[in-house]
Design a protein around this ligand. Structure first.
Ligand code: FAD
Length: 378
């Protein structure tokens, strides 16, 4: 029997989960090629660990070379072109043909879209960016600090709030908090719009710790000479420290493939199956426009639906139920505590969320969330 050739582009949250699930179910009956340009996976939340000096960058890397799964070939190379109609992918390591093609290339950053960001401030959404922030924080002497979001659609909506709370702890521990103001600028009216309880708890904690929340606002540019951040509505805010969430964009190779119509138009998919307009070509995780937040848990959930469809297809069984857009996110509240929000995006008329108050027990649960994935994927 000929094997179904599955080519997975991107070994992030989505690609790793899909590959693991298909390999676990089908073993050598599968023929999976998993392609990533990087040599290691890093959890998004580990960037906070790195920037606040809680863990060195080397400690949060999970090298791909340890992956040994039946039916899976990992290729470390860069994807240069995708031909969806032919299900053919061109890489620096040659061409790959697929029966099922899964695009899980995540979101790229458009640093140039925010003039002054790199000259006058810092981004903390990449590992090198988080390492630079760690060094900047080591010499920071206090003053106005801004955590600022530069685009509407960005990974892990709780991350800017978490960063503000962890910055409060960091500056307090160094005796710099009295000399600093912390402001959070973000494009939503509340920190976590689908869960009013979570937003209320975060805003209450901000109030207790003297963090200013500037909602419904976005950073347009920085003026490094005047040390001023300029908001999209023209307001100006002075800063001594700027920690930015950069504008996110669809990877250019995906735009060039025609699967997305532009750099800010996330790949359209069937909301129930994650299939793109091309049959047999799926988009999972941050790269798609399914309507869930850009977060690992949603990438994983969408990957599981596609994996189940692939497994069912090979076995000749009925396909899985529809994707529901379910996800649980852990939220660093500072003071050594973690909260949790569970959100469901696609099952009802509007997203709904439930909140679990910050606790030390949830710190342990977040650690287990990471370690169980590492154990399964690697
Ligand atoms: C600071 C921060 C905190 C976060 N905290 C959380 C959290 O607590 N919980 C949570 O669920 N999510 C969190 N996230 C979000 C999470 O990291 C992402 O949403 C998730 O990784 C998306 O998964 P993905 O599979 O879509 O893409 P990714 O995990 O980004 O994977 C994409 C992969 O594609 C590869 N790639 C890209 N282009 C190419 C190419 N041309 N050729 C070859 N390979 C390529 C990349 O190397 C990468 O490995 C956080 C993110 C950040 C930045």
């Amino acid at each position: 029997m000929t094997k179904t050739r599955v080519v997975v582009l991107g070994a992030g949250f989505g690609g790793l989960e899909l590959t693991t699930m298909v390999s676990d179910a089908l073993g050598e009956a599968a023929d999976i090629v998993l392609i990533d340009k990087s040599d290691a996976f890093v959890f998004g939340f580990s960037k906070l660990e790195v920037m606040f000096g809680r863990q060195p960058a080397a400690a949060v890397r999970h090298p791909y070379r340890t992956i040994a799964k039946p039916g899976v070939r990992l290729v470390q190379t860069t994807v240069r072109a995708i031909d969806p109609a032919a299900k053919r992918v061109t890489t620096d390591a040659g061409t790959f043909e697929a029966d099922v093609l899964v695009v899980a290339l995540g979101a790229d950053y458009d640093l140039a879209a925010t003039p002054g960001l790199l000259e006058g401030g810092n981004e903390f959404y990449s590992v090198p960016g988080a390492e630079r922030v760690r060094d900047v924080l080591a010499t920071f002497q206090g003053g106005p600090a801004i955590v600022g979001v530069c685009g509407k659609s960005f990974k892990c909506p709780p991350a800017p709030s978490e960063t503000s709370l962890l910055l409060h702890d960091f500056l307090t521990a160094r005796g710099l908090r009295e000399r600093s103001e912390i402001s959070l600028v973000m494009p939503f009216g509340t920190p976590i719009p689908p869960s009013p309880d979570t937003s209320k708890a975060i805003l209450q904690t901000f109030a207790e710790r003297g963090i200013r929340f500037v909602g419904d606002a976005m950073i347009a540019s920085l003026d490094p000479a005047r040390k001023v951040a300029i908001l999209a509505d023209g307001r100006e805010m002075p800063y001594a420290l700027f920690l930015g969430v950069p504008v996110h964009r669809v990877p250019q190779v995906v735009v060039d493939s025609g699967l997305a119509s532009g750099p800010y138009d996330w790949v359209p998919v069937n909301k129930q199956t994650l299939e793109t307009k091309v049959p047999g070509v799926y988009a999972v995780g941050d790269v798609n426009g399914v309507g869930t937040p850009k977060a690992g848990v949603f990438a994983e959930g969408s990957a599981r639906v596609v994996a189940a469809a692939i497994i069912a297809g090979v076995r000749g069984e009925p396909g899985p139920g529809p994707y529901r857009g379910l996800g649980s996110c852990y939220i660093e509240f500072g003071h050594g505590q973690v909260g949790r929000v569970d959100v469901e995006f696609l099952a009802g008329p509007k997203p709904t969320g439930t909140f679990q108050a910050p606790s030390e027990a949830l710190v342990a649960e977040k650690t287990a969330f990471g370690s169980t994935r590492v154990a399964r994927w690697f």
